[in-house]
Design a protein around this ligand. Structure first.
Ligand code: GUN
Length: 307
């Protein structure tokens, strides 16, 4: 027998995206109910779906269901995959001018013959609740009010909900995509945001583990399953996993398991906080889309008062 105390592996606290998303949706629901009680219509979200990609259909159905659950109106405009770019631009023009619609999204990806950036650029920034339009991206960079895209916005909400200290911390972002890596790196560095010191790493970064090991907050958004291993993480780090991947697994009834960009089992023994996959960042995206839609509605009411 030895009297040495056995060292228990530290287990990170879970950043529960479902709980936070539910809290955000509950708060939206209360606000929408208040608007309707006062005789208003409440917000109206629209989605444009081109083609029959099963994943896109699932996402759009989930957005519609979530909108209804918080008392919002929701409309989905469905078109065949061979719709022309011009026809889609005309639909967008119609939605831009329809005062009943507060915000809308064009579900991506679009068929190859349609220019995605031309489509995004044609959405009115006031209705761009995805936050993809260059005006909204520019406002985010400048720290001005605008729509922040759902995933980076959701990450900020998660950190905020759990009162995770960010000021002066070293945040390492893995990935520089327009949708996640770049915007979250900007929000994390902003004085009005997380006020952290930020390093952005990507596919050409040298000695990546030497950088990730210095992170107090590590945001993994590289789109590679189980890329981040425990030896790449500092003890006590906060780890945000943005990835979601299906890995074939015969032991599962569905024939696959879901995993993120992080090896959860080993990293969770070293981190202080961690987002699971599923149930971490994922549930936040729809909640933040609804938050943007509510904001679009409030902006419209405010603009109507001034007019
Ligand atoms: N496809 C996958 N995620 C998204 C999203 O957040 N918005 C849109 N418009 N399309 C997507």
């Amino acid at each position: 027998m030895t009297d040495k105390k056995e060292k228990k592996p530290a287990v990170a606290k879970i950043i529960d995206g479902k709980e936070v998303a539910n809290a955000v949706k509950e708060s939206i629901k209360r606000e929408v109910a208040g608007m309707i009680d006062k005789g208003g219509n409440g917000p109206h979200l629209a989605a444009v779906l081109v083609g029959d990609d099963p994943a896109s259909q699932t996402y759009v159905a989930a957005k519609e269901k979530a909108a209804h659950a918080v008392g919002m109106m929701s409309s989905t405009y469905r078109y065949p995959a061979d719709m022309s770019e011009q026809e889609l631009l005309e639909v967008i023009e119609y939605l831009n001018n329809d005062n009943e619609i507060d915000g809308f999204i064009v579900q991506l990806p679009l068929p190859a013959h349609i220019d995605e950036s031309k489509v995004i650029n044609s959405i009115s920034p006031d209705k761009d609740v995805d936050g993809f339009h260059p005006v909204n991206v520019g406002n985010l960079v400048l720290g001005k009010p605008g729509f922040i895209s759902a995933t980076p916005y959701g990450i900020m909400e998660l950190l905020n909900y759990y009162n995770i200290e960010t000021e002066g911390k070293h945040c390492v972002v893995l990935g520089r995509s327009n949708i996640v890596g770049r915007p979250v790196s900007i929000l994390m560095s902003q004085k009005s945001g997380a006020n952290a010191t930020v390093t952005v790493c990507h596919s050409r970064t040298k000695n990546l583990p030497s950088i990730t090991k210095k992170a107090d907050i590590l945001i993994a958004a590289i789109g590679q399953p189980e890329f981040v291993t425990a030896d790449m993480v500092k003890k006590g780090a906060v780890v945000i996993d943005v990835g979601i991947h299906r890995i074939p697994d015969d032991t599962k009834q569905k024939g696959y398991r879901l995993t993120g960009d992080v090896v959860f089992d080993e990293v969770s023994k070293k981190a202080s906080w961690i987002t699971p996959v599923p149930g971490g960042v994922g549930p936040m995206t729809i909640a933040m889309l609804l938050k943007n839609t509510l904001q679009a509605h409030k902006n419209k009411l405010e603009a109507g008062k001034k007019a």
